[in-house]
Design a protein around this ligand. Structure first.
Ligand code: DHB
Ligand code: FE
Length: 291
């Protein structure tokens, strides 16, 4: 019996100005060129390593949810997800197609595993989800993968802890590997890196913090689980807390990962942009007795 597997994790910042640069054809401009060049390796790699499904961990920025309803973890179970109107109209990108069968399997598995998710049968998706898709796939007529959105509250205090995100990631990994279909699944974590959009510290960027975070995804991931909210706030700025979503990605990959690619660029808008591709070594290993 061939089961689904998590093959790799991809993380990237999801700055809205990056989406606007793509949509307006500005990616070749001097300001943007070095940023987009850092994604070319991944786009080529994805041509050869295209998953069937991406579990895409992101946060909504008051587009689908207002402050009236704040789910900590919301899983997209619908067949399709429309780009959200973020104030300037929806981005001109394709409708996102989900994978309801796998999404409902995840819902059942995770809730029975004691993660009390909110289940979304309708969910409009904002730059948090569409900008990473554009960075990896450009501007196609249709997205080449199915996407299961997982929206995480990092907007309204209190967001989930890094450790809770990690354990949710581990549970997602278990659930995917227990799904009885021959599917390649990637998990993407978005947001970050250090940035603060408001208040006296607006524009804060902390490259040493970001570099250490990228290093520790492979060298010392257990330490990342223990970073408290206050440390994110102090060292990575008020919106740096988005980085807890990278820990859902990392937790799902298992103990043994290999870094395939990294890109770090400052600034895009007011933000430090980070991007990493991690291979899940357990999936890469040849199962005993095969061949
Ligand atoms: C900006 C918004 C974001 O959601 C983010 O993650 C980074 C930057 C911005 O408005 O510049
Ligand atoms: Fe954001």
């Amino acid at each position: 019996m061939t089961m689904a597997r998590i093959t790799a994790g991809i993380s990237t910042s999801h700055v809205p100005a990056i989406g606007a640069a793509i949509d307006h054809g500005d990616t070749g401009q001097d300001y943007w060129k070095p940023l987009f060049q850092g994604y070319e390796w991944t786009r080529t790699w994805l041509d050869r390593n295209r998953p069937d499904v991406v579990v895409l961990v992101y946060n909504d920025h008051a587009s689908a949810f207002s402050l009236e309803t704040i789910p900590t973890f919301a899983l997209g179970c619908a067949a399709t997800f429309e780009p959200a109107d973020e104030g300037f109209g929806p981005r001109p990108v394709p409708t996102v197609h989900g994978h309801p069968e796998l999404a409902w399997h995840l819902a059942e598995s995770l809730i029975l595993d004691e993660f009390d998710l909110t289940l979304m049968n309708r969910l409009d998706v904002d730059h948090g989800l569409t900008v990473p898709l554009s960075l990896m796939f450009g501007s196609p007529d249709a997205w080449p993968v199915r996407v299961i959105p997982l929206a995480v509250n990092v907007i309204q205090y209190p967001p989930p802890t890094g450790n809770r995100c990690w354990t949710l990631g581990e549970a997602i990994g278990r659930a995917v590997r227990a799904y009885d279909e021959d599917l390649d699944v990637q998990i993407w974590g978005t947001g970050g890196m250090s940035h603060q959009l408001q208040g006296p510290r607006a524009g804060l960027i902390n490259t040493p913090f970001d570099t250490a975070f990228l290093d520790r995804l492979t060298s010392d991931p257990q330490a990342l689980r223990r970073i408290p909210h206050l440390e994110y706030l102090r060292d990575a700025g008020s919106e740096g807390i988005e980085l807890v979503m990278w820990l859902i990605m990392r937790g799902a990959l298992g103990a043994d990962v290999r870094e395939l690619h990294r890109h770090y660029h400052v600034p895009a808008s007011n933000t430090a942009v980070g991007h990493i591709v991690l291979e899940a070594r357990e999936a890469a290993a040849t199962p005993e007795g095969s061949s």
